[in-house]
Design a protein around this ligand. Structure first.
Ligand SMILES: O=P(O)(O)OC[C@H]1O[C@](O)(CO)[C@@H](O)[C@@H]1O
Length: 242
C-alpha cells in the first residue's frame, strides 16, 4: 500500500488529478473506474483544468462509473449520471459512447447489470479505479453484509448510507432505497486502485479498513488484498496513521 497524507485539500486534489493525468498521458486508451459523492469533486475540477490547459485528452479513454441509484430518472439533479455530466463529462473531450454508468432506471435491472458486466468484460480490465469510502466501510455501493457480490448487482442501501446522502436531497424520503453497483470482484480486478478519503468523520473507518481484520462487514478491508493500492488522505482522515 502506498499511503499519502495531505495537509490541505488542494494538494490532495492536485495529487489525485496528477495520477490520473499521468496515466492517460502514458496510456491514451486507459480504462478508468470513476466514483461520485463529495470526495472526488475537487479532483475532477483539477482534471478539467489540466484538460483546459491542453495537458491531457480523454478522446481515447473509456470510463465505468461504480454505481447509480435505482429509480431516479437519468436527468434527475441527484442521479450519478447528472453528477458526472456536471463535474466532468460536460467539460472534457471524452466521447459519450465511451462513458458508462449503470442505468438505474432500466425496466429490467437484472438485464442491465448483466449488460454492464459484459461491457466490463469487453474492456478486460480497469487500469485505475477511483474509490471513495462510505462511513460504514462501503466501496461503490457494496454495503456491509455477511457475503459480498463479485459483479454488478442491485443492492438495498443501508439506512446510514441513505442518511449520509440525504444532504443532497430535500428530505430523506427522496433518497432512493436501492442502487446498482459494480461488485467487489470487479473493483479488486482493477490494475491500480486509488482510494481517496477526507474528513475527521472517516478517520476511524479508513484506519479500520486499511489495518483491521479483513471482513465483509467492512467491504473496504478487502482493499488490503490488492497489490497496487494508492491511498490519498487529508490530515483529518489520516489522523490515526500518524
Ligand atoms: O464521498 P462521499 O459523499 O462521502 O461518499 C462516499 C462514497 O459513497 C458513495 O456515495 C457510494 O458509492 C460514493 O460515491 C462515495 O465514494
Amino acid at each position: 500500500m502506498n499511503l499519502h497524507i495531505f495537509q490541505n485539500q488542494q494538494e490532495l486534489n492536485e495529487a489525485g488529478a496528477g495520477i490520473i493525468t499521468s496515466l492517460v498521458q502514458m496510456q491514451p486508451k486507459a480504462v478508468l473506474g470513476l466514483a461520485t459523492g463529495g470526495t472526488p469533486v475537487g479532483i475532477y475540477e483539477e482534471l478539467v483544468k489540466a484538460y483546459n490547459k491542453g495537458r491531457v485528452s480523454f478522446k481515447g479513454v473509456t470510463t465505468f462509473n461504480l454505481d447509480e441509484y435505482v429509480g431516479l430518472p437519468a436527468d434527475h439533479s441527484e442521479s450519478y449520471r447528472t453528477y458526472m455530466q456536471q463535474h466532468l463529462f460536460n467539460h472534457i473531450d471524452l466521447p459519450a459512447a465511451q462513458a458508462h454508468i449503470p442505468n438505474g432506471n432500466a425496466v429490467d435491472l437484472e438485464a442491465e447489470c448483466a449488460h454492464y458486466n459484459e461491457l466490463l468484460e469487453e474492456a478486460k480490465q480497469i487500469d485505475l479505479q477511483i474509490l471513495g469510502l462510505g462511513h460504514n466501510g462501503h466501496i461503490g455501493f457494496n454495503e456491509p453484509d455477511d457475503s459480498l457480490v463479485s459483479g454488478t448487482h442491485r443492492v438495498e442501501l443501508k439506512e446510514e448510507t441513505r442518511e449520509a446522502n440525504a444532504r443532497y436531497f430535500n428530505t430523506i424520503d427522496e433518497v432512493p432505497t436501492h442502487a446498482l453497483t459494480m461488485g467487489v470482484g470487479t473493483i479488486l480486478k482493477a490494475k491500480t486502485i486509488l482510494l481517496i478519503v477526507r474528513g475527521a468523520d472517516k478517520a476511524e473507518i479508513v484506519h479500520r479498513a486499511l489495518t483491521g481484520p479483513i471482513t465483509t462487514e467492512i467491504p473496504a478491508t478487502l482493499l488490503q488484498t490488492h497489490p497496487h493500492l494508492v491511498v490519498l488522505l487529508d490530515a483529518e482522515a489520516g489522523r490515526l496513521f500518524e
